[in-house]
Design a protein around this ligand. Sequence first.
Ligand SMILES: NC(=O)c1ccc[n+]([C@@H]2O[C@H](COP(=O)([O-])OP(=O)(O)OC[C@H]3O[C@@H](n4cnc5c(N)ncnc54)[C@H](OP(=O)(O)O)[C@@H]3O)[C@@H](O)[C@H]2O)c1
Length: 294
Amino acid sequence: MDIATLSQWRSAEPRVLLVGTGGMLARAWERLLLQCSVPVVCPTLTELDLTQPETLKQTIVPGIRLVLNCAAWTDVDGAETKEAQALAVNGRGVEHLARRCREIGAMLAHYSTDYVFAGTASTPYRVDEPRAPLNAYGRSKAAGEVALQASGCRHLLIRTSWLYAPWGNNFVRTMTRLARTKPMLKVVNDQHGRPTSAEHLAATTLALIEKQATGTYHVTDGGQCTWYDFAVQIAAAANPQCRVEACTTAQFPRPARRPAYSVLDLSQTEALVGPMPDWRANLDDVIKRMEPVG
Ligand SMILES: NC(=O)c1ccc[n+]([C@@H]2O[C@H](COP(=O)([O-])OP(=O)(O)OC[C@H]3O[C@@H](n4cnc5c(N)ncnc54)[C@H](OP(=O)(O)O)[C@@H]3O)[C@@H](O)[C@H]2O)c1
């Protein structure tokens, strides 16, 4: 069953529905679909709440061919004390969504995280590596992956990491604001990963969908770095006078444990849609278009 191609979605009746309107990645999708002249249904949280299955039935109606799930409980530290709430959205919410998509024959594109892995590896995590999350958020996202894979719904499960965009709450915007207001920043240098531009993620997801890809893929920017490396690059653009110093995770304790190494292997994705641009190139592009950071 073909889920359709871009040209088929350019119908008067919307065929695409976006869950998580207003979030960082959802905004990237809205812009991309607008540029492609694809109409999209963007329900509010009241109209579509992943924890309220009856809202899914009312809003995700026959005729919808593709559901893009950008919604999640994304407060990693908050999930440590509110694991049940995180699980209700990231675990059971995905189960409800996959069931509804299967009922109406829609494809579900869903996002997960590098935090489903323990971070003890020293080479990039392949898509089929066993999940072993270190924190409550990771457990809730892992539960969503399991539910989706067991659902029988045609799906694309995309793991990503360290998301940033010109808008929303993200590390690039936070570091930009801090670099402009503080003479020195300390940033952890012992967590390794891959930053990901939300716009690049949406565009790559679209490319995968157009290739009729299903199953699990990893999508991030190319290259890899530590949060410190990432911050150095951001601060240099925001305020070269600001000094960035490296510190350890132990010196900067947070409620949720983070994986030390969560570099996602991109080989399967790159084989289908070509190489992922280096994170420095994507970052430069985002910095140029950054919305005011306040
Ligand atoms: N941010 C990252 O660094 C990162 C890294 C790896 C993976 N991911 C994954 O990438 C995806 C997109 O992340 P993001 O950073 O764009 O997220 P985000 O900016 O936090 O947006 C999440 C959206 O989901 C909505 N939402 C929360 N609970 C909901 C519910 N019960 N029903 C419907 N919508 C609900 C939120 O609404 P409210 O704002 O009203 O709560 C918000 O609009 C998520 O799956 C996330 O787990 C993100």
